[in-house]
Design a protein around this ligand. Structure first.
Ligand SMILES: [Zn+2]
Length: 333
């Protein structure tokens, strides 16, 4: 808790709620009475402020995503990483550069963060669901959407202590729609499926270039990336399972980030499964019968001429009662 002096607490409550000093003091005395003197005046004022919805937690300077305006400089936000895109290298004329981006969200909305050149190193270790604090970003408008661009002064703090982000409010454009598996069509995007896992396959690992993340093959000289030459490979992963929602079932494709979300494991844990595949057997069995909610897109697997679902986000915390209530309300409308 931030230690705000009593006078400042009163001032905050007074200006935000338009209540007189006497009124506030009266409430505070009542609080202290209720708690039989086990609480200080400051403590009681904190409780009152919370009850009235006066925000005391956010230090000065931080703003909510829906308050961000184009042209703002040196802004400070906190958000949850909800999507991470690959870092790309590009060449324009003589100049070579790198650009990468990711999307963060808070309770008020989402925004894309763009990193240029050396700043891309700031995003390398980020994973979806990490909470991050961004300092010194600049807001720009790009094709009608706001983005925060990082510069040499910008800082990212991963999972800062004591800071949480509530349920992320998705911007309308990125909202997903629920479908039943039977209604899925090729190239459907931003779809949510809810279903039960009925079959699980082993995780497949493949060598990839640590820089561009393209799949690479072993040559005489070692693992060779067309762009980056001989490299020490890292391992990407992909896992398939069948999901059934009562209307039909579909093969669902998870890549590394999504496997981690599904299994609540780290990348290091996945590498253990690569080295000792037998340790994955028990996890496979445990997944059977699990109900999950996933978002992603439907895509045609040309080789097998079948529709598959490629996962973007995984929610393993499905509340069946909530889902039934939702289904009912959808049927009624
Ligand atoms: Zn490469």
């Amino acid at each position: 808790m931030i230690k705000i002096p009593y006078e400042q607490l009163l001032e905050k409550i007074k200006t935000e709620k338009n209540i007189s000093n006497e009124e506030i003091e009266k409430h505070i005395q009542a609080k202290m009475g209720q708690l039989s003197g086990l609480i200080s005046k400051e403590g009681a004022a904190h409780i009152l402020a919370n009850e009235l919805g006066v925000k005391l937690g956010a230090p000065e300077g931080k703003i909510k995503i829906n308050k961000i305006l184009a042209g703002m400089r040196s802004i400070e936000i906190v958000g949850k990483v909800i999507r991470k895109y690959d870092i790309r290298e590009f060449q324009s004329g003589e100049r070579k550069g790198k650009v990468g981006s990711f999307v963060v969200g808070d309770e008020t909305g989402t925004i894309r963060i763009t990193c240029w050149h050396d700043q891309t190193s700031l995003m390398e270790s980020l994973q979806e669901n990490d909470i991050i604090e961004i300092k010194d970003g600049t807001v720009r408008e790009n094709r009608g959407a706001l983005e925060i661009h990082l510069n040499e002064k910008s800082k990212i703090t991963k999972n800062p202590e004591g800071i949480t982000v509530g349920e992320v409010k998705q911007n309308i454009a990125s909202q997903v729609s629920r479908k039943s598996i039977n209604d899925l069509k090729e190239n459907d995007i931003n779809i949510e499926l809810l279903g039960t896992i009925v079959q699980v396959f082993d995780i497949k690992f493949y060598e990839r270039c640590p820089q561009c993340r393209k799949r690479i093959k072993e040559q005489e000289s070692g693992f060779q990336c067309q762009q980056h030459g001989v490299v020490q490979p890292e391992y990407g992963s992909v896992m398939n399972l069948y999901l059934d929602d009562g209307s039909n079932n579909i093969r669902v494709v998870f890549f590394a980030n999504q496997i981690q979300q599904l299994l609540k494991k780290t990348d290091a844990d996945l590498q253990v499964f690569r080295q000792s595949p037998e340790t994955f057997e028990k996890i496979k069995t445990n997944l059977l019968g699990e109900m999950i909610k996933i978002t992603g897109k439907a895509s045609k697997n040309q080789m097998f001429d079948r529709l598959e679902f490629v996962v973007n986000t995984v929610d393993t915390n499905v509340n069946p009662e909530e889902e039934i209530a939702r289904l009912k309300s959808e049927l009624e409308t």
